[in-house]
Design a protein around this ligand. Structure first.
Ligand code: DX5
Ligand code: ZN
Length: 218
């Protein structure tokens, strides 16, 4: 139902050449840019904050997809809203998740909901009617370069099944260990939005890498 999109994860690029890296990804065919915000509390890593998103948005021509791996997305939301097209929060966050998703939509942005690998799918089902994107984490959030967890394919299938059954519209995004081979498995399971860091920015030919992920089929 949705065209397949590839969202390179900026976490894997050369931060010292941010401007050039954004242009490189866009020229190579990036559909969105995925930005991973980590607070050192929700995950065991600290990445970047609102100023970095603003610097990216000042250059980027494609939509900014902000993934908030932070404990209090409700509190920090106003600092990310203006320069993000989509904002994804975690169902495990320490806040009123429904109210936070609603605030994102009220600000005119699309809202995403994510779950960690260890969180059962049932945690997100109460929200599925009211989201624009479901992000199924295929690694433990916090670091790039980890191996894809194929057990998460069942969550993608469940999300796709419920979407069809209820005529919902959300995108099904995957994030973590995505390359052409794992993308093919995710697309077959029902995913339409593919985040990839290492396999895109560290590829010898970034355009070929993005194309291979977008066109990946089993
Ligand atoms: C992990 C982040 C991912 C990460 C993906 O916590 O949410 O977006 O950048 O990196 P790769 O594609 O290298 O697994
Ligand atoms: Zn991410």
């Amino acid at each position: 139902m949705h065209p397949t999109l590839v969202a390179p994860s900026i976490l894997a690029c050369d931060f010292g050449r941010l401007h050039d890296e954004i242009l490189r990804a866009e020229t190579a065919g990036a559909d969105w840019l995925h930005l991973d915000v980590m607070d050192g509390h929700f995950v065991d890593n600290i990445s970047f904050g609102p100023a970095f998103i603003d610097a990216t948005a000042a250059v980027a021509k494609v939509p900014i997809d902000t993934h908030l791996m932070i404990s209090r997305p409700d509190h920090y939301l106003p600092r990310f809203i203006s320069n993000s097209h989509n904002i994804t929060v975690h169902v495990e966050a320490e806040c009123d998740v429904r109210a936070t998703l609603s605030a994102i939509r009220q600000a005119g942005r699309t809202c995403g909901l994510s779950l960690r690998p260890g969180t059962p799918f049932s945690a997100v089902t109460p929200f599925l009617a009211d989201i624009d994107l479901l992000l199924v984490m295929t690694v433990e959030p916090g670091f790039g370069g980890q191996a894809f967890q194929s057990e998460m394919l069942d969550k993608i299938r469940e999300a796709a099944h419920l979407r069809t059954q209820n005529e919902w519209q959300y995108r099904i995004q995957v994030d973590g260990g995505i390359n052409a081979a794992t993308a093919a498995q995710c697309v077959q399971a029902g995913s339409d939005t593919l985040v990839a860091g290492t396999s895109v920015f560290r590829a010898p030919d970034i355009a070929a890498a993005i194309r291979a992920i977008r066109e990946a089929r089993i």
